[in-house]
Write a protein that binds this ligand. Structure first.
Ligand code: ZN
Length: 232
């Protein structure tokens, strides 16, 4: 059997088709510059991951984006309970009438967020209590999308990653960064566990999987395997 020849445009379509089904908008919020993600698809249903907005101009940016795209926010998902990742929970919960979903193991830190906020020089409202706890193997669904929950502690208890196999991307919070790894010196951090989680749950995903870290630029599983000095 001969190989089927395809045109350049067919080839490009094949390359791009995976990410055609999902839109991911990144905002950089608060002085710690967290990556706040808005994920949405053609249905208009969306989730917010790690809303770090804590200034009124940041609230306005997020609200304008959601209104302009006519999105219905189904949930607010926190990758972990550090204040820079949850600072906007209350505002988003009130403004979009959306529940908070997160991992239960992070609740001791989540419930002390007021004290952590002061330590970081942020002022935040009282946090809404989560409506649902996410566990390893659970699915986060919105629109036509399904994200798989991976439990990936090491940076702190209650840290999760969200993997979309169909579209080929993973959101990993502060577990892993482009060319670096997350801190493990904060309460409940564990450096050995952090590296183990990266190696067993992230680097085992296909090499072309796009990684959305909690701070900084995007990367891929293949690039981190090749170039991350902490993972050799
Ligand atoms: Zn963190």
């Amino acid at each position: 059997m001969g190989k089927k020849h395809i045109s350049i445009s067919e080839f490009m379509n094949a390359l791009n088709q995976n990410m055609e089904n999902i839109n991911i908008r990144i905002f950089h919020f608060n002085p710690i510059q967290v990556n706040t993600l808005v994920l949405y698809d053609g249905t208009g249903e969306a989730i917010l991951v790690d809303p770090g907005n804590c200034q009124s101009y940041e609230d306005a940016q997020l609200e304008e984006f959601v209104r302009q795209h006519n999105l219905t926010v189904k949930a607010i998902v926190n990758t972990h309970p550090h204040i820079d990742h949850i600072a906007g929970n209350n505002w988003c919960h009130r403004t979009f009438d959306a529940p908070v979903w997160c991992h239960e193991a992070g609740m001791p830190i989540y419930n002390k967020s007021y004290a952590y906020a002061m330590a970081f020089g942020l002022s935040v409202d009282e946090m809404p209590q989560p409506a649902k706890y996410l566990h390893e193997g659970d699915e986060v669904r919105f629109g036509n999308q399904t994200l798989q929950v991976l439990y990936t502690p090491g940076h702190c208890d209650g840290s999760i990653s969200l993997y979309d196999a169909a579209n080929g991307y993973v959101i990993c919070g502060d577990l892993l960064f482009e060319g670096s790894v997350g801190r493990s010196d904060l309460p409940t951090g564990n450096g050995r566990l952090l590296i183990e989680m990266i190696k067993t749950k992230i680097l085992t995903l296909p090499d072309n999987t796009n990684i959305y870290p909690g701070h900084g630029g995007l990367t891929t599983v293949g690039d981190e395997k090749l170039y991350n000095p902490f993972l050799v």
